[in-house]
Write a protein that binds this ligand. Structure first.
Ligand SMILES: [Mg+2]
Length: 285
């Protein structure tokens, strides 16, 4: 069910980022219905975090012709997506990551009768993107498709989106941009949409396992980061916590982020020592 109750004005349509699943978010050659085999690709989590923090709803759109070929069923795809969301939450520290999952179980050469046909949702056709746009009030012209296959870029183009293809640039592609991984794709999207805001991201790892799960410690470190931002004029976009690490995103690019992290590390270590903290706060001291 969707739609707004009460007859009020509809929310303005928003820009979103559509993400292919296999070969873009997770390590796979294109057919996966086993939740236990979900494994994020390098830099996928940081790319997802960057896009999420920039405010784009993230929508997964994936062809799952393995259903038509009888390799697994739709319930297995749903279980795999639940697992992917869980893995992404763990990796990013975000409370919720993917706004919606769409998959196409049909394939014209399938072995299961009810799934053996062409379907408007099957990429390179744009059906999943169009359905998501109408169900989630997405402005397709301001949105992006990111995938690792030409059919992903074609589906994006057919829906009216811009696209980033993960892989080597080639002239025959309809993709607007090329990137080596999802993090690089995310940076390209942010650069195109808001060139004046270049985000830099840096992660500090705690010296002791689990120490950053302590709410009081987190609050003190967070206050220190905001204070440092005010003193140095660096705008802190956000801090993402796990029990073992914190990732700071700042405006101004990687060099600014590295400088900010080095100074934050220094002042928090000094504070840790005056507070009588034992050992080191951060790894690598
Ligand atoms: Mg793919």
């Amino acid at each position: 069910m969707s739609g707004s109750a009460g007859g009020g004005p509809a929310a303005p349509a928003k820009a979103a980022v559509f993400l292919d699943r296999d070969g873009t978010l997770i390590l796979n050659d294109g057919d996966l219905g086993d939740p236990d085999r979900v494994e994020l690709l390098p830099h996928a989590a940081s790319g997802v975090r960057l896009l999420h923090q920039a405010g784009y709803p993230l929508v997964v759109v994936t062809n799952q012709g393995g259903v038509a070929r009888g390799m697994y069923d739709e319930a297995a795809v749903l279980a795999t997506h639940d697992r992917l969301e869980q893995v992404l939450r763990q990796a990013t520290g975000l409370p919720r990551v993917i706004a919606a999952f769409y998959f196409c179980p049909f394939h014209p050469q399938g072995s299961v009768d009810r799934y053996r046909r062409e379907h408007p949702w099957r990429k390179p056709q744009p059906g999943m993107l169009l359905a998501a746009a109408s169900e989630h009030a997405i402005d397709l012209e301001r949105s992006w498709m990111v995938g690792d296959q030409e059919r992903d870029a074609q589906a994006g183009a057919a829906a009216g989106c811009r696209s980033v293809l993960i892989g080597q640039a080639h002239a025959a592609s309809v993709a607007d941009f090329f990137a080596p991984d999802l993090h690089a794709a995310a940076r390209r999207i942010l650069h195109e949409d808001a060139p004046q805001v270049v985000a830099g991201v840096v992660t500090l790892h705690a010296a002791d396992h689990g120490i950053l799960a302590d709410r009081d410690l987190r609050a003190a470190l967070e206050a220190s980061a905001h204070g440092l931002g005010e003193r140095t004029g660096v705008r802190l976009v956000g801090l993402d916590w796990t029990a073992d690490s914190v990732t700071a995103t700042v405006e101004g690019g990687e060099v600014v982020a590295l400088g900010f992290a080095a100074e934050w590390r220094r002042v928090t270590m000094a504070w840790w020592r005056t507070r009588g903290g034992s050992g080191s706060l951060w790894a690598g001291e």
